[in-house]
Ligand binder design. Structure first.
Ligand code: G3H
Length: 253
């Protein structure tokens, strides 16, 4: 529209998509760190983006976090066949931020279905391996790996490790490796190198290359470093949905 052209947002979106060799960038105005309604706007744009990318039959893998929760709030009923699955097993989040809960809420709002991944986090290696042999768990894992759409958040590394009550050893690993960002359980530095990966099942970084659409949704100036580092390794099928505070930082560096 006219407003978007006048404010130069369209140009910034195209400029960023080219700069990071990704499919598309969508920018909402403001800074979600200072204005809570900006997160709702990110959610609204992401919900619309999901709808644009739907095929006749869909498997959508989603991560957790407050931004993904805002996306869930904005989804509306749809007649196309869709199954929501959590992208990866437990990452140590509080209930409202867990991927299982978000997948269920998205399905409820879109009139579609969901599956959950019940994989306990604090178990011995032996117990973990026998869980992996359970047919029900194996089935959900294979569904996750064939997702045509992946929707994920991006977080600041230290914030995420703190929120997930990571052990002092993991905190140290993240600090020593100069991690700046986190996405679906992978912690990475500015290079970017993966400095830590949460030990759980589900989507692995390589699996993203097989998805038709990967939608990354994250805003707030405190996440600019994390988002920049992530974009350097993002698959080319990525759509980034972010806010202006981040977009302006990304255009600088
Ligand atoms: O992986 C990234 C985090 O899930 C982002 O969480 O949306 O609450 O900032 P957030």
């Amino acid at each position: 529209g006219v407003m978007r052209e006048l404010t130069g947002i369209d140009k910034k979106e195209d400029g960023l998509a080219k700069k990071y060799s990704i499919k598309e960038v969508i920018i909402v105005s403001g800074n979600s760190d200072v204005s809570p309604w900006v997160k709702a706007e990110l959610g609204k744009e992401c919900a619309a983006c999901i709808k644009r990318n739907l095929s006749g039959e869909n498997i959508i893998a989603v991560t957790g976090g407050s931004t993904l929760a805002a996306v869930a709030d904005m989804l509306t009923p749809d007649s196309r066949k869709t199954l929501f699955v959590p992208a990866r097993g437990g990452l140590g989040e509080e209930m409202e931020n867990q991927a299982n809960v978000i997948a269920a809420n998205m399905a409820a709002n879109m009139n579609s279905s969901y599956r959950v991944l019940y994989v306990p986090e604090q178990v011995s290696k032996e117990a973990y391996l026998s869980f992996m042999k359970e047919p029900a768990i194996k089935e959900v894992i294979s569904l996750i790996k064939t997702a045509n759409i992946v929707v994920h958040g991006i977080g600041d590394a230290t914030v995420m490790a703190g929120r997930r009550k990571s052990s002092p050893e993991i905190m140290m690993k993240i600090k020593d490796g100069n991690a700046v960002g986190e996405a679906f359980g992978y912690y990475f530095n500015e290079k970017p190198e993966i400095v830590h990966k949460v030990h759980t099942v589900g989507i692995q970084k390589e699996d993203l290359d097989h998805a038709d659409s990967v939608i990354a949704v994250a805003g707030g100036s405190s996440k600019a470093k994390a988002i920049r580092a992530y974009l350097k390794m993002a698959p080319s099928a990525t759509t980034l949905i972010t806010d202006e505070s981040v977009a302006n930082e990304l255009l600088k560096g």
